[in-house]
Design a protein. Sequence first.
Length: 134
Amino acid sequence: MAKDGCGYLFKVDPVNPFTDPCRQIMLFTAPQKLVVRQQHADWSNATFGNVGPVGPLKHLSKEALETAASPGDLSEWADMQFLFWDAQRRAGITDAQIEQAMIDKLEINKSRVWPEPKDGEPREHIKAGFPVEG
C-alpha cells in the first residue's frame, strides 16, 4: 500500500515503451471526500448533538460573508462546505435529491431574465413588474 492510501494491482513500467499507462488500476478503500465527510458528521454529532438544520444554515450565512471578504482563504470555503453538509445531513436530504433539485433549478434559471453582471454585487433575476436596478 502506498503512502497516499492507495495500492496498485500492478504498476506501469516507465522503462518499457510498450507499457500502456491506461492499464494502471488504482485501488482505494473510500474516496477521501467521503472519509472527511463522515469524520465531520461524527465530530458534529458528538459536539452539537441531535439538532436540526437551521443552526448550521444560519452559521453558513455568516461564513458566506466572511468568505466574500476573503475569497482566497480556503479555510473559509471549507467552513462553508462543512456547514452545508451538516445542514443537509440534519435535514435528511440526500446528494441525489440535491443533484436533481440542481438540474431542475438550472432549467428555471436559464429561462429567467437576468440583469447585466456587476462584479462584487449579487444579481437576482428580474421579476415581472419590478424595475431593473442599476
